[in-house]
Design a protein around this ligand. Structure first.
Ligand SMILES: Nc1nc2c(c(=O)[nH]1)N[C@H]1C(S)=C(S)[C@@H](COP(=O)(O)O)O[C@H]1N2
Ligand SMILES: [Mo]
Length: 371
């Protein structure tokens, strides 16, 4: 519990990963809701928090650069001029799963809790870009927020990332003012943020002030060096990433989490069935199946899946497995995407900044033994 921590008011059960910048993840068993409540939604900042807005409706943001008609719009104008969209979509930090890499990679030691799935309401960025009129030279976006960097300076953005225009034009890429039907909370970027689903969370700029349409790949903080990039050719675990050829991370890899039972839980003597629940998602792709094992992968049982509500929603799943007797059990869940890519047993694709680790979630439980 982080009660009283500035910026984490109303958060319930998160684990603090860092104070400055403020970073907190959600233990897997706290992600058992179909829609992640705001109180359980992870928090990731790269700089300090901005001044909270006093007039949310009057918050302005700009679209400029390679457009015919630069726009300066208030939240209230966005609401009145463009069709509203609500989608339930996963937001996941690019470093989710990082702590499972061996040796340790640079960055916040996320387990599997740098993720949440909320209902986001706003307008499609594409509708607004069409109003601005994209020039033929429009290739990439650059996102700017109101937060100062770690040192409190506004000279440089804490983080400023961007996407190829095609991703910006997807219907599900939203300018968002509401989360789970309530005004977007300050800590999640209120009054206005971007949601770019399926790709690293760092693209979903909070406290959004400007989108710069560029004629080249954006080069703000978070776009260059090893930031949100992966080596083109595999590195040996621990290998120096200097001078290696890299590419920008686009879609996040397939992942599943077990949200019940909780890791470390105890179950009464004689329990002979265990109900396992969880969630799975696959970046831009879809989840084809989720399987669980209690015997280290010797046998797998396919879980029943609830179809996602819309593209980029997560898939909730459940399975009931017989238990042969009392004792300790290890549950592993493995999701596979529609291209046949499944989660590995051991962290694969080691990289210096630790992105995209989607090793299977392991949950240890005990049936019928004294503490
Ligand atoms: N303005 C701004 N937007 C930002 C960030 C930031 O530091 N500043 N962090 C990004 C990262 S790395 C992630 S994972 C998500 C986290 O969103 P959340 O804090 O609402 O969970 O916000 C993104 N948007
Ligand atoms: Mo992130």
């Amino acid at each position: 519990m982080q009660h009283g921590h500035e910026g984490l008011e109303g958060k319930d059960g998160l684990s603090l990963l860092g104070d400055v910048p403020l970073v907190a993840e959600t233990p897997e068993e706290c992600l058992d809701d179909e829609t992640t409540p705001v109180g359980r939604f992870f928090v990731r900042n790269n700089g300090l928090l901005p001044e909270p807005a006093t007039d949310a409706e009057g918050w302005t943001f700009t679209i400029d650069g390679e457009v015919e008609r630069p726009l300066n719009l208030t939240v209230s104008e966005l609401k009145s001029r463009f069709p509203h969209k609500t989608f339930r979509m996963v937001l996941e930090c690019g470093g989710n799963g990082r702590s499972f890499f061996e040796p340790k990679a640079e960055g916040n030691p996320w387990t599997n809790g740098g993720v949440g799935c909320a209902e986001w309401t706003g307008v499609s960025l594409g509708d607004v870009l069409r109003e601005a009129g994209l020039k033929n030279s429009a290739l990439f976006t650059g996102h700017f927020g109101a937060d100062p960097d770690k040192s409190g300076s506004f000279e440089q953005q804490a983080m400023s990332r961007g996407v190829p225009i095609a991703k910006a034009l997807e219907e599900h890429t939203l300018l968002v003012w509401a989360m789970n039907g309530e005004p977007l909370p300050f800590i999640h970027g209120g009054p206005l943020r971007l949601i770019v689903p399926g790709w690293p969370g760092s693209l979903s700029q909070k406290w959004l002030k400007r989108i710069w349409i560029r004629d080249r790949e954006h080069d703000g903080p978070g776009m260059t060096g090893l930031s949100y990039r992966l080596p083109v050719r595999p590195l040996a675990p621990g290998q120096d990433g200097k001078d290696v050829e890299t590419r920008i991370i686009e879609s996040m890899p397939v992942r599943s989490i077990v949200t019940a039972p909780a890791d470390g839980s105890r179950h009464p003597v004689g329990t002979r069935t265990i109900d396992i629940r969880g969630a799975a998602w696959a970046g831009d792709d879809e989840v084809a199946r989720v399987e669980v094992t209690l015997d280290g992968g010797a046998t797998w049982t396919e879980a029943a899946m609830t179809p996602p509500r819309n593209r980029y929603d997560w898939t909730r799943w459940q399975a009931s497995l017989p238990l042969p007797g009392d004792g300790p059990y290890e549950i592993f869940a493995r999701a596979t995407d529609t291209q046949g890519r499944a989660q590995p047993f051991r962290a694969a694709n080691w990289n210096p900044n630790g992105y995209g680790c989607n090793v299977m979630h392991r949950v240890a439980v005990t049936v019928g033994q004294e503490a």
